[in-house]
Write a protein of this length. Structure first.
Lengths: 81, 417
């Protein structure tokens, strides 16, 4: 088992959708919300995801396909000016 | 000596030893260096700073590294220039330009890298690394060369030639990465997690970021030990902007200046404006963007310190402005024509944003303002190459010169804005 910490950012209609619930049902991963701030139109969640490397990766590819932005939990862009 | 004693989580305040780590294990908040301010105050006076070297190392007591490990190529204590012509052009009574284009690799990144490499050497790292669109790469490569350390620089594969050469000349291992901006970010995060290097804005980021406070220190010292009414700074990750404010607060905390009431305003390019967009929407939650601007040194779509920048804006009563690529070029030209300073695109963003903030009343005419210019124009010459006055091309004969001059007076050949 592996674990990843990612930051999911939602905007628009995705804010209202139970994406984390769906992710947990579509893939064999355990999701654990560690921090979050979700408003009416935008929101972010720091999510701990446990599972096999392959299943975690597949779940994140799926999340991106649902228009959620996925970043490493504790960093912004690492490419700087 | 350094009076730093711990890393502290900016969210939950848990403390950690001064290690090469950057986030809290419990809440994933970013770590920041904690200092013993009482000890700093007891050992630091205006006079002791003034007696120091004309570099950022005059603030050694306030830096999170031992000066024995410094790599000093002359960074910092850059000029603070009274900018009367630019003030008149934008509609201010008193304006100063903090000119960080004159650092050793022509950008403010030399400040953060100076601190990062000193701390990295103190930790025992033998190699430095970074991922950059230009300025940071140039600085890390230069400092590593001066320190005799291995250096790995990762850049996108579509960078301007000047920026590639600006790093390559120092002979690092230069890696051009094919793919989208997100691909580059993702790969560099993976590389950083798997190599025993000091990746300046990842595993030594808490120390690296502290270098930006020296701009705040210098502004206060150069104004005669006081803070200005307003500061306008560019915002990319948001780190520089927040650290300038932190620097002013710290100077007050150790008794060197009165309590600052400076309003902090930030500048972004419209093509990469997550912080300014959130400010306009009245929220502290920014939405990451895909950068699309000529101001590539500010092209951070997912700013690590975006939330803290918005908090600082709220706390100080500052504002944010975003400007188009056309306005960026106008800003570069305005600064050059009024003050004789040739800035890169980030400087154009900041000057154009300053003009907007004054025009909209967010900075009032009587506020003494400092505008922070962070990089030199020769780095982004492509942005203005076809928008400067065209030369008079003549045969080497006096009458041809007279004729060309007369023709120019009739029909000016200046092009662009």
């Amino acid at each position: 088992m592996a674990a990843r910490h990612v930051r999911l950012t939602f905007s628009g209609d995705e804010v209202k959708r139970p994406l984390i619930y769906e992710l947990g049902h579509e893939f064999s991963v355990i999701t654990n919300i560690r921090m979050a701030d979700v408003g009416q139109t935008t929101g972010w969640v720091i999510l701990e995801i446990e599972g096999t490397e392959e299943e975690i990766e597949k779940s994140l590819i799926w999340a991106r396909a649902q228009d959620a932005r996925v970043d490493e939990a504790t960093l912004g862009d690492v490419v700087e000016g | 000596m350094s009076y730093s004693y711990a890393l502290r989580c900016r969210e939950c305040a848990r403390e950690y030893p001064l290690d090469p780590i950057f986030s809290c294990e419990f809440c994933f908040g970013p770590l920041e260096v904690a200092y013993d301010y009482e000890a700093i105050a007891a050992n630091t006076t205006r006079e002791s700073i003034e007696a120091g070297p004309p570099t950022l190392w005059r603030y050694a007591n306030l830096l999170p590294c031992d000066v024995d490990y410094k790599v000093d190529i002359g960074t910092g204590f850059t000029p603070l220039i009274k900018a009367d012509c630019l003030a008149e052009a934008v509609g201010l009574d008193t304006l100063w330009v903090k000119n960080d284009t004159v650092n050793p690799t022509w950008s403010f990144k030399d400040r953060v890298v100076s601190v990062a490499i000193a701390r990295a050497r103190q930790f025992g790292f033998e190699a430095m690394a970074c991922a950059s669109t230009g300025n940071l790469a140039n600085s890390v490569a230069a400092h590593s060369a001066a320190a005799g350390m291995d250096c790995f620089v990762f850049i996108p594969d579509d960078l301007e030639q000047g920026k590639v050469v600006g790093s390559g000349i120092y002979d690092p291992t230069l890696v051009m990465i094919e793919g989208s901006y997100d691909d580059v970010n993702r790969l560099c995060t993976e590389i950083a997690a798997n190599r025993p290097w000091a990746f300046v804005n990842i595993n030594v980021r808490p120390y690296y970021a502290e270098g930006s406070r020296t701009i705040g220190f210098e502004i206060a010292e150069q104004l005669g030990w006081r803070a200005p009414d307003h500061i306008v700074s560019p915002m990319a990750s948001g780190s520089l902007y927040t650290k300038i404010w932190k620097g002013l607060q710290e100077f007050h905390k150790i008794g060197l200046i009165e309590e600052p009431t400076t309003r902090m305003s930030g500048a972004q390019a419209e093509g990469c404006s997550p912080i300014a967009t959130a400010y306009e929407a009245g929220t502290l939650n920014f939405v990451p963007q895909k950068p699309n601007t000529i101001a590539r040194s500010l092209a951070i779509g997912n700013p690590a310190d975006g939330y803290y920048a918005l908090k600082t804006m709220e706390e100080t009563g500052g504002a944010a402005a975003m400007v188009t690529d056309v306005e960026i070029v106008e800003g570069i030209k305005l600064l050059a024509k009024t003050e004789g300073i040739f800035a890169e695109t980030a400087g154009g963003v900041t000057v154009a944003a300053l003009r907007k903030l004054v025009a909209s009343g967010k900075i009032s005419r009587d506020e003494e303002t400092v505008v922070v210019i962070t990089g030199g124009g020769l780095k982004t010459i492509e942005a203005v190459a076809d928008k400067v006055s065209a030369p008079l091309r003549i045969p080497a004969r006096l009458e041809k010169f007279d004729a060309a001059l007369a023709a120019r007076d009739v029909a000016p050949v200046a092009v662009g804005v």
